[in-house]
Design a protein around this ligand. Structure first.
Ligand code: CDP
Ligand code: CDP
Length: 226
């Protein structure tokens, strides 16, 4: 049987992690897992149910009511996030969720809940997972760890374009301040802060196309498969 590996992609907000992760999963026939979608779905649940996430008891009780699942959408050729059997893939991308997700993702109980599920999904390998702590905490022994980065202005511009298509009232300043805030909280939190794993390879995609980034990453994959 062909050898299967675990590929982790961590990095700053909106630097192209999920784009590369999807490309690799498709090319290799691997499962793609967007770990950020899980934190976004938990945040959506907390917001909708008015959970006070500074209260540990409320967080623990709420987590017991949350069931997360990924379903592959054949038409879109990508996996979608389901929260308690509801497809929330679209709504979790809203700025309302993005404004709170880093606070929720910093909570120890929330991370324990999400990480346990992520590790379970990687048991059979053949998986590409993107996030912030995948190479450092979720799969510290992964065969290939990529740390992605891109210039701030480019990241803001890319995310703005995506959000503007959904909501033309959004401003570039709102997007910029959200990315800056999330990057700050994500890299300064106590539990599993965003940092580059010592054995991660850096991929800066500021000036490279999606085809070029795939080509570069596939070179690294092939080195590990042979
Ligand atoms: O796609 P984008 O870079 O905007 O973020 P995301 O991957 O959807 O993740 C949303 C948020 O979830 C991040 O800003 C982090 O606060 C949190 N997150 C995390 O803490 N750990 C992960 N493994 C993935 C996401
Ligand atoms: O997952 P993450 O938040 O890191 O980023 P993403 O959702 O993969 O990418 C953010 C945006 O940048 C998407 O609209 C991608 O199409 C775009 N992108 C790009 O223009 N050039 C690249 N080399 C990679 C991503």
């Amino acid at each position: 049987m062909a050898k299967k590996i675990i590929i982790t992609i961590d990095g700053w907000s909106s630097c192209g992690k999920s784009t590369l992760a999807k490309q690799l999963a498709k090319k290799l026939g691997y499962v793609y897992v967007d770990s950020g979608a899980m934190y976004r779905a938990i945040t959506l649940y907390f917001l909708r149910n008015h959970i006070d996430w500074t209260d540990t008891k409320q967080v623990e009780d709420a987590l017991k009511e949350i069931h997360l699942d990924f379903h592959f959408n054949e038409k879109a050729q990508s996996s979608e996030m389901f929260l308690n059997d509801e497809n929330v893939e679209y709504v979790i991308r809203d700025l309302v969720v993005a404004e709170k997700v880093s606070d929720v993702a910093a909570i120890r109980e929330v991370r324990t809940f999400a990480v346990a599920q992520q590790q379970k999904m990687g048991r059979k390998k053949g998986i590409v997972m993107d996030g912030r702590d995948i190479g450092t905490v979720v799969f510290p022994k992964a065969e290939l760890k990529i740390f992605m980065t891109a210039d701030n202005a480019v990241r803001v511009e890319r995310r703005f374009k995506e959000l503007y298509e959904k909501n033309p009232n959004i401003t570039i300043e709102e997007v910029k301040s959200n990315l800056e805030m999330r990057d700050y909280i994500d890299s300064h939190r106590e539990v599993s802060p965003l940092r580059q794993a010592e054995d991660a390879l850096i991929l800066d995609n500021t000036n490279i196309t999606q085809e070029q980034q795939l080509h570069k990453a596939m070179g690294w994959v092939e080195e590990r498969l042979h």
